[in-house]
Design a protein around this ligand. Structure first.
Ligand code: NAD
Ligand code: UFG
Length: 336
């Protein structure tokens, strides 16, 4: 059985689908600070299999101990964390406590129970502003905000841990920009409040929930002046976790992988692709750059292809089609 922390969230719920379909049993530990149990009920409908759900906090040793005592856990995928960059600048201690302390406590309790296989959600944000593109795993690292700092610290902590004791098998997965939804449109990204990220914002404009998109800057040195990112379909990302877990069975040590497509798209290219997929106009206005944003980011994911046998299969049309399918079926997200 695989313990999935934060498994009710956006990437976690899609990964639960991929794990169940690959034949794994799944236990989710989530405190629902940014998700609802409804997502897991829908995971069960999609797969015809159920997930064991424990409501609790990854910083709570007693809950973790109960889980490890009661179930035979073979490995852990650790998604539980806070992820809003702006919020992390206002509440750095909350971010370090949740993301860093949570990751330390999880590993401590895993060690107590002799569980040593761990997949960790890192982020392309650990590369800061890269000197060249595409970004390879051996590029210099640097954080520009507490959220990125928390990811970088956990990477370092898990690297030190793996070096201190050869039994650990740890994959640090650096995601680029996850978008899209399960093909059924029954699970997807459900941000609370005003979305920070581009794709959910675009889809809420298309569905009529927001009036217009604000494009942050059109004076970057990119194809059309707007920011370029490596958007990756969340089901491709989910399948990457399943591949990483299978691969770790025969490894020891700590291993880092970029998970991206290798292609960058600009904000305006995303708007056009979404208008095409949805048949709806996406109104936008150009505004100044957003503080902290960089011009262009895309991954070199050849290491994951070579070692994990993983490659993103879904393209921008699939990403927009599936986001729209989710958005139009669930205009207000998961409602109770
Ligand atoms: P999400 O907020 O949808 O999912 C995170 C889940 O973790 C939520 O269900 C939340 O309730 C839970 N959680 C948070 N803190 C917890 C705690 N202390 N104990 C138990 N549960 C807790 O976010 P997501 O987009 O699915 O991201 C998952 C992971 O991937 C996060 O660690 C995030 O930092 C990382 N990541 C996300 C992106 C992205 O753009 N979505 C990019 C790179 C990395
Ligand atoms: N953008 C807009 N308008 C919006 C939102 C975004 O123009 O309303 C632009 C941004 O300026 C950027 C692009 O769309 O050029 C993508 O922005 P996102 O906020 O969707 O994504 P980021 O690349 O800024 O950051 C995301 C996550 C981070 C993570 C990073 C790398 O939010 O947590 O990807 O994985 F670290």
């Amino acid at each position: 059985m695989i313990l999935v922390t934060g498994g009710a969230g956006y990437i976690g719920s899609h990964t639960c689908v991929a794990l169940l379909q690959a034949g794994y049993e799944v236990l989710v530990l989530d405190n629902f600070c940014n998700s609802k149990p409804e997502s897991l009920q829908r995971v069960s409908v999609i797969t015809g299999k159920s997930v064991v759900l424990v409501q609790g906090d990854v910083r709570d040793r007693s809950v973790l101990r109960e889980v490890f005592k009661q179930y035979v856990i073979d490995g852990v995928i650790h998604f539980a964390g806070l992820k809003a960059v702006g919020e992390s600048m206002e509440q750095p201690l909350r971010y370090y406590d949740n993301n860093v302390s949570g990751s330390v406590i999880l590993a401590e309790v895993m060690a107590e129970f002799g569980i040593n296989m761990l997949v960790f959600s890192s982020s392309a944000t650990v590369y800061g502003d890269p000197a060249s593109l595409p970004i390879r795993e051996d590029f210099p690292l640097g954080a520009t905000n507490p959220y990125g700092g928390s990811k970088l610290m956990v990477e370092q902590i898990y690297t030190d841990l793996a070096q201190s004791d050869g039994v650990w098998r740890i994959a640090l997965l650096r995601y680029f920009n996850p978008v899209g939804a399960h093909l059924s449109g029954t699970i997807g990204e459900d941000p609370s409040g005003i979305p920070n990220n581009l794709m959910p914002y675009i889809s809420q404009v298309a569905v009529g929930r927001r009036e217009q998109l604000t494009v942050f800057g059109n004076d970057y040195p990119t194809v059309d002046g707007t920011g370029v990112r490596d958007y990756i379909h969340v089901m491709d990302l989910a399948e990457g976790h399943v591949k990483a877990l299978a691969w770790l069975q025969n490894q020891v040590g700590v291993h880092v992988f970029n998970l991206g497509t290798g292609h960058g798209y600009s904000v305006l290219e995303m708007v056009k692709a979404f208008e095409f997929a949805s048949g709806r106009p996406v109104k936008y206005q150009i505004a100044p750059r957003r503080a902290g944003d960089i011009a262009e980011v895309y991954a070199d994911s050849l290491k994951a292809e070579r070692e994990l046998g993983w490659k993103a299969e879904r393209d921008i049309k699939d990403m927009c089609r599936d986001t729209w399918n989710w958005q139009k079926q669930n205009p207000l997200g998961y409602v109770d």
